[in-house]
Design a protein around this ligand. Structure first.
Ligand code: ASP
Ligand code: MG
Length: 433
């Protein structure tokens, strides 16, 4: 069970989390830092790096106040509260030590790691106060990176299981998301939002029955609730469908985060701490069920049409085109081709000028800005009849610039004008769901 920053964002929220964990049986609980803390620690690191000592001191003081107040609200037993304050005193003294020494990337990673150490320390004390049979594990004793910076899954599996075997009678293990050690044994992390990754790695390492990601939304919705009324949570998604949706900023896990779960064949369930009885969304490997599941849209897309008189029957044209984007480190998201031209989309115009210049040397280029990719996800295997027709039909009053279908079994993407986005999302919901 992994709880994100807002789920542990206050003493009350921490109590709710423990209420959910309490009845869950044998469980490993992964916590993020309290919401805002990781950002504060990154700001703090910036200040220390720039030698702004007064500002840094103030930030540490503010954090200390916040955590002491949280401890006060969380803990009722005087001895436990005193223990929390003593632990906070140690942690904040350690943080203040960074003000007087050289500060680089290594130190920044150490400082940022305090977010998860703080949240788990407080929740562990609260669990103990409540008399739960629980134990706090230090994630840095088993979460490791390989020399190329990827999670060392063999190491994690071996060491985590070794630790767990030492405590056969413990019901609830608690540990930090996000933080780990690198191959040299130094403090490191799994990048922003990395607690989901921790949960997925741990679930895979222990062969969990299920990996639960608890946030404050009731799973993945079938359309964007900001623009469409009456959206509903998708109950089941295939891992591939989740991966297609991830690009669209749909509130869902990053695809690399769920890979360990996917390969270990462990379902990932998205649940809502504010509404724990709701079924949420479960992401797993079972075959999709001949339905269209969800619609999502991504803004700020630029389409580039590249036409060449030489493309007719030629080979190597696409390679030349793609090489230019690669050279300028610009990912291409959507592609459609015809015999005489190709259209691609990008979501980052940083290198658009040089890209256009180089493309123009061998082709005719036109650019459409302020476009939106609308993505329809579901069981869109080509032999299923009619699904693509339904999607296109739903959008018949909207001008469509590109359609991409058949790239995977799970999606159709359409490129439209930003001005048509809301209407398109509404029409899709109306016709498909
Ligand atoms: N606390 C980390 C972050 O804010 C990791 C996480 O919450 O997933 O990025
Ligand atoms: Mg997060």
């Amino acid at each position: 069970m992994k709880f994100g920053g807002t789920s542990v964002g206050s003493a009350q929220r921490m109590k709710n989390v423990v209420g959910l964990v309490e009845t869950a049986g044998n469980v490993i609980v992964v916590l993020s830092a309290m919401s805002g803390t990781t950002n504060s620690l990154i700001n703090l690191s910036q200040c220390i790096k720039e030698g702004e000592k007064a500002n840094a001191t103030k930030q540490i003081d503010d954090l200390e106040k916040k955590y002491k107040h949280t401890a006060y609200e969380l803990l009722t037993d005087q001895e436990t509260y005193k223990e929390a304050i003593a632990k906070l005193d140690v942690i904040f003294a350690e943080l203040r030590e960074y003000l007087g020494k050289p500060f680089g990337e290594k130190e920044e990673k150490e400082v940022v790691a305090y977010g998860e150490k703080l949240s788990t320390m407080l929740v562990a004390l609260y669990m103990r106060e409540k008399g739960l049979n629980s134990l706090l594990l230090d994630a840095t004793e088993f979460m490791r990176l390989t020399p190329d910076g990827e999670p060392d899954q063999a190491y994690i599996k071996e060491n985590l299981n070794k630790i767990l075997l030492k405590y056969p009678d413990v019901d609830i293990f608690l540990t930090q998301g996000f933080i780990c050690r690198n191959a040299e044994g130094e403090m490191d992390n799994l990048q922003r939002g990395g607690s989901d990754y921790t949960a997925s790695l741990i679930g895979a390492a222990v062969g969990a029955e299920e990996i639960q990601i608890w946030t404050d939304i009731d799973g993945m919705h079938n359309n964007d609730p900001r623009f469409v009324e009456g959206t509903s949570p998708v109950s089941e998604l295939h891992f591939e469908e989740a991966a297609e949706l991830a690009y669209f900023g749909a509130k869902i896990l990053h695809p690399t985060c769920v890979l360990p779960a996917k390969y270990a064949n462990i379902p990932v369930r998205l649940l809502n701490t504010m509404q724990p009885e709701a079924p949420g969304t479960v992401i797993f490997n079972t075959k999709p069920t001949q339905t269209i599941k969800a619609v999502a849209a991504k803004d700020n897309i630029t389409a580039i049409k590249i036409k060449s008189s030489h493309m007719l029957l030629a080979y190597g044209f696409l390679r030349k085109v793609f090489e230019i984007f690669e050279k300028h480190q610009t990912p291409i998201d959507m592609i459609t081709t015809s015999e005489v031209g190709v259209s691609v989309t990008i979501d980052n115009e940083r290198c658009l000028e040089p890209i256009l210049k180089e493309l123009s040397e061998f082709s005719n280029v036109t650019v459409d800005r302020d476009m939106v990719i609308v993505c329809v996800v579901g069981d869109l295997e080509w032999q299923n009849r009619g699904f693509e027709a339904e999607v296109v039909n739903a959008l018949r009053e909207i001008p469509v610039r590109m359609i991409s279908y058949g790239g995977s079994n799970y999606n159709i993407s359409l490129l439209i004008r930003k001005a048509d986005k809301i209407r398109a999302l509404q029409l899709l919901s109306k016709h498909l769901f």
